[in-house]
Design a protein around this ligand. Sequence first.
Ligand code: NAD
Length: 415
Amino acid sequence: MSELNPFLIAQRQLDECAKILNLDDSVREILRVPMREMHVSIPVRMDNGKIHVFKGYRVQYNDARGPMKGGIRFHPDETIDTVRALAAWMTWKTSIVDVPLGGGKGGVICNPKEMSEGELERLSRGYIQAISQIVGPEKDVPAPDVYTNPQTMAWMMDEFSKIHQKNQFGVITGKPLELGGSAGRGDATARGGCYTIREAANEVGLDLKGATVAIQGFGNAGYFAATLVTSLFDCKVVAVSDSRGGIINENGLDGEAVFEYKAKTGSVVDFPDSDPISNKDLLELDVDVLIPAALENVITDENASSIKARIICELANGPTTPEADDILYKNDVHVIPDFLANAGGVTVSYFEMVQNFYMYYWEEDIVHERLDKKMTSAYHATLKASRKFNINMRQAAYVVAVERVVEAMRLRGRL
Ligand code: NAD
């Protein structure tokens, strides 16, 4: 369905923002499309001896504020329009947290669940080779996203270093600690989201102690969110899910125990002392905080009016459609929009780049403290714009982020 095409949604969101800011049409035209995109074919020798050609993309959306930055997603349903949308959102994300970076994104159409470790390594090396001309510490710096992880980043960094015949730690972030990774990168997305939940709870007058939380998606973002809302705020996580289904226990789920169970069985489904719940029903639970942490377009005009949460913290990118946004705003649901809520990952990725440049590494508590400052100030800049223009939090985040990008373009003489 075209209206669920993430890139059309990203363009629509930008159009709305352009109206609020009264942006010149030519400026809007520049911001509606990526500056550059690269489509690559990656031949990989599979374990059965045959060569399979994978399709991959790198989209470089905007570099007015600095080198482009954005993750690499390995997914069977990856499309160029998803990558374009994610690259656009990265541009607004680096801007909203005010780090000196632009936005980009990468993706490969593949199914990592059906590939061996060796095949994944050859694909990772092949992909970074294919895009090596347009990435680099001062050009465009990738990172992990869905179904890629620190090991993937280590292979890519190694391959890029071989091409350049010197260590190039700064070409990619989300690396293992042993290879120039940053302390605090693993849980940074969820932790950053938690700092915004704390501020939002203050804003709506919600006591987080004992507050109930439901989380869709139990991967990097969702798992850490489950453990952090408990350890930081004493919330009660009542439901979590993954691609195979969900589980619920009104007395609370132990995030660590669910993680260990999932590591053994491959899914959260059938976790002891829990009842099953569908991904659809999980979103409509009567909870205080809802955290979508899986994929796009899960909150639509079909289910938005059934959502009972007071706060939605969008750790996933693009979980809510524009129609759903209107409904949630009318129903007084406080939405912390994706590129603000999940900006903790890119913020600590930026810290990782800084540490790589200086070859001097920070203690974890310094990372947390600096992350908290960035997220808290981004949340309040958004809240302030939402009050000033009487608009929802997503529109407000756009207003703040787009204004900064436009100002950088103007100062560079690009407008
Ligand atoms: P991940 O691969 O670690 O986890 C994804 C989770 O979603 C898995 O538990 C998977 O089973 C589940 N899932 C997949 N399809 C689903 C479906 N149809 N219904 C319910 N669950 C489903 O990925 P991640 O890194 O945690 O990313 C999740 C979301 O967060 C994505 O939208 C990603 O773009 C966004 N995000 C992640 C980071 C990060 O640092 N990891 C940063 C910013 C944004």
